[in-house]
Design a protein around this ligand. Structure first.
Ligand code: HEM
Length: 214
């Protein structure tokens, strides 16, 4: 199984960034949750189910971009593809229900838009594969996986956004540290979504010069 350096870098960075966020939920103890929980509600089970299925999407998604699997083992590619699509629909669907527990409106809307784009791009990727329109299938699945990776890029961006916040307030932090973190967590999903969108549409899926002049 041959993988490029870029692929390995993305896998290592994604696992490195996501592990500390996922780990507290592997204990299945609401007391270890990083976000505040409504006691005796469905909130914690929903969050654990979202995280579990999202991890399956992230891991299965990585394997779909290995040429060796796609070309030499198309059946495995199809089966892993079904796992990816199923886990995105489940995880995105659960996130839509979980939103009713998110108090902060800005944060809830950013997750709502993210979940809808996640489900839509994955649905397009799935439909184009069923219709055997493989060039379009490739594009939609790259878009879908870029949305999956917003979970990683949005978290990676947090230190830079904290720095931007502090710099824009001339390092005086008027509302204190808590306010700074809250404000950053209200915008990091949008910035992550935009950065991933730009990388995918302008770098990876950019039409080749020849096809523009044809
Ligand atoms: C791309 C679509 C996704 C959407 C719409 C989404 C939505 C959400 C929502 C609404 C929360 C709760 C946040 C809160 O209550 O403050 C959450 C938390 C979480 N999600 Fe996702 N998520 C997505 C992708 C992923 C992926 C791919 C992973 C990878 C494993 C993931 C892992 C997590 C983790 C670990 C948490 C807990 C965060 C914490 O404790 O701070 N999510 N997600």
């Amino acid at each position: 199984m041959k993988a490029s350096k870029g692929w390995w870098l993305l896998v290592i960075v994604s696992i490195g960034v996501m592990s500390p966020f996922v780990a507290p939920y592997l204990t299945f103890d609401p007391g270890n949750s990083r976000v505040s929980m409504t006691p005796s509600s469905l909130q914690f089970p929903l969050l654990v189910a979202h995280i579990g299925t999202a991890c399956v999407a992230l891991i299965s998604g990585f394997f779909q971009f290995l040429e060796s699997i796609r070309i030499k083992a198309p059946k495995l590619h199809r089966n892993l593809g079904r796992v990816y699509v199923g886990s995105v629909f489940l995880s995105g669907g659960i996130a839509l229900v979980y939103l009713f527990y998110v108090d902060n409106f800005s944060k809830a809307i950013s997750f709502l838009v993210l979940a809808m784009i996640w489900i839509y791009t994955c649905w397009k990727g799935y439909r184009t594969a069923l219709k055997k329109r493989f060039a379009e299938h490739r594009k939609w699945m790259i878009r879908s996986f870029a949305v999956t990776l917003v979970a990683v890029s949005a978290r990676l961006l947090v230190p830079f956004l904290l720095l931007a916040y502090a710099a824009l307030h001339r390092f005086s932090l008027p509302g204190g540290r808590m306010m700074m973190v809250e404000e950053v967590l209200n915008v990091n999903i949008w910035v992550g979504l935009l950065v991933n969108f730009i990388v995918v549409e302008w770098k990876i899926l950019k039409p080749k010069k020849d096809s523009l002049t044809e």
